[in-house]
Design a binder for this molecule. Structure first.
Ligand SMILES: C[S@@+](CC[C@H](N)C(=O)[O-])C[C@H]1O[C@@H](n2cnc3c(N)ncnc32)[C@H](O)[C@@H]1O
Length: 496
């Protein structure tokens, strides 16, 4: 029920959204909880369901709601007061859907602006919406490591009056995520407003998540969103239009970057049409007594490759472990047992799958050469990059990267080292496809059209350093090596 809708901005939060916000702010150590504009009390009711022992504080300017909430909270937890004029303690968790009054409706805004400047050292713009005052006050009332969630309109992300707030966000490093609801979604009855949830933590956050939500159900999985862009704090511009950060991440292309396809091509691996028939381990080969000629060495599973460098010794190890390391290449069949395996395939109908029925003969293997560098097709946050020195082919679990011209081994190793680094991956990820559940995918052309550093620009001295680190990759802490490589490569990608 809405009591004083227009006067006090009483638009109540949908329960699913409220649940998401409350779940986010309450952690194991949360003891105190504040809702500065409580209304019907959706947040406090949900918070109490999670933890009855929470120390609650709820305010509303409208006594009607304070009376109503006495059925749910102890009397001294509820304050009938104007939040902006109330001195409060600090809290571990603050959740709020504040009133959204435009600046024209804030009668005492000059006084408020002065108060805020004095108290919180922030000079809010006269056009700021009332909800911004609520937000700034709440962020100053958060305990160390405390969490805060606000749902407010998102216009300030793109407007002039928002600059002060965005600067405050950047300087404080408290902002963790902005979850922007698609503006086709109607979250509040009778209210035409845009909406976003802002999530804060009172600690030094390194990154900000810009998340688009087009269906409320997307809030069910708190840790992974379908459409999420992550920026480091130093990438953000307080004067910029932040709504752009929700779109494709804009890459600043400089002269040191070229397209991957300028130096080589990513191609998908071998598709068999029936892996369980075509892939073989050494035991199966010996049981079936297949000839050597029909057994083509091949990487069949991404999970089999655990080291960054896949050499012939690694391949031998996989064989010993009886992993599937060969493909059956029936075109080289030359003994009775080979032919029998082909007949077995035909009797089982394996010649009739989409891929096999389009190949001539059905049991031939696509003609793809071993690739010197392998790149994973699916990934989470990090693209798996493997230097393949084994001369072994690969199935579609990896894409293969082939240089346009014959390159020297050092050049290949150098480029491989570059691809391993966060600097390279960050640029490549501009071209990723996003799947649900935090899973990303790269089609070969996504990578071919992605930017990479022009390796030719690297000085002799830096090349030698990187190649030494490449040798160290095999023996010492790989993360430390990659970090050192990254320091060198990033100095080139950042130069304009
Ligand atoms: C948008 S409603 C949100 C209510 C509830 N928290 C929810 O999410 O459903 C805002 C609430 O803030 C209250 N309010 C408006 N101005 C206020 C002020 N200056 N101090 C405290 N509460 C205020 C209104 O009465 C209203 O109940």
């Amino acid at each position: 029920m809405i009591h004083n809708k227009k006067k006090y901005g009483q638009y109540f939060t949908n329960e699913k959204i409220a649940k998401f916000m409350v779940n986010w702010v309450i952690k194991n150590k949360t003891k105190s909880f504040l809702d500065p504009a409580v209304g019907e009390g959706v947040f406090i009711k949900l918070a109490q369901q999670i933890d009855k022992t929470l120390n609650m504080t709820a305010l509303d300017i409208d006594d009607y709601w304070c009376q109503y909430l006495q059925h749910y909270l102890k009397k001294d937890c509820i304050k009938n007061a104007d939040y902006l004029n109330t001195e409060l303690d600090k809290y571990d968790a603050i959740v709020c859907n504040p009133p959204y009054n435009k600046f024209q409706k804030i009668k005492n805004r000059k006084i408020l602006i002065n108060n805020f400047q004095e108290k919180y050292s922030i000079k809010l713009n006269g056009y700021s919406n009332l909800c911004i005052y609520f937000l700034i006050k709440s962020l100053n009332e958060l305990n160390t490591n405390g969490r805060c969630a606000y749902i407010i309109p998102y216009e300030f992300l793109n407007t002039g009056y928002g600059e002060v707030i965005k600067r405050f966000f950047i300087e404080s490093h408290m902002l963790h995520s902005i979850i922007k609801f698609d503006n086709s979604m109607k979250l509040f009855e009778d209210a035409i407003t845009t909406s976003c949830i802002l999530l804060f933590e009172n600690k030094y956050n390194e990154k900000i998540h810009f998340i688009n939500v087009s269906n409320i159900n997307e809030l069910d999985s708190t840790n992974s969103f379908i459409d999420e862009k992550i920026y480091t704090y130093d990438e953000l511009n307080p004067n910029g239009k932040w709504l752009n950060y929700f779109k494709i991440k804009q890459l600043k292309v400089n002269n040191n970057l070229i397209k991957l396809k300028d130096i080589g091509q990513v191609k998908r691996g071998i598709a068999t049409g029936n892996n369980s028939y075509f892939t073989l381990n050494t035991k199966k080969i010996s049981d079936l007594k297949l000839s050597k000629d029909v057994c083509l060495p091949c990487i069949t599973k991404s999970a089999d490759i655990t080291n960054l460098i896949f050499d012939i010794e690694e391949f031998e190890k996989l064989k010993r472990d009886n992993k599937k390391t060969y493909l059956f290449n029936g075109t080289n069949a030359n003994c009775q047992n080979d032919y029998e395996y082909i007949s077995y395939g035909e009797n089982s109908g394996y010649d009739k799958t989409y891929l096999t029925s389009h190949r001539k003969p059905w049991y031939s293997i696509e003609n793809k050469m071993p690739a010197p560098i392998l790149l994973s097709v699916f990934c989470r946050n990090k693209l798996k990059v493997i230097r393949n020195t084994s001369n072994v082919r690969n199935l579609t679990t990896f894409h293969g990267f082939y240089f346009n011209k014959l390159e020297k081994e050092n050049f290949i190793n150098l480029f491989f080292c570059y691809l391993l680094t966060p600097t390279a991956q960050k640029i490549l990820f501009n071209n990723k496809r996003e799947y649900g559940d935090g899973l990303d995918k790269f089609e070969p052309n996504d990578l071919n059209n992605a930017y990479v550093l022009n390796i030719n620009l690297i000085s002799e001295n830096d090349r030698n350093k990187i190649l030494n680190l490449y040798e160290d990759l095999k023996k010492s802490n790989r993360n430390k090596c990659i970090e050192e490589m990254d320091n060198i490569f990033s100095s080139y990608t950042e130069a304009s």
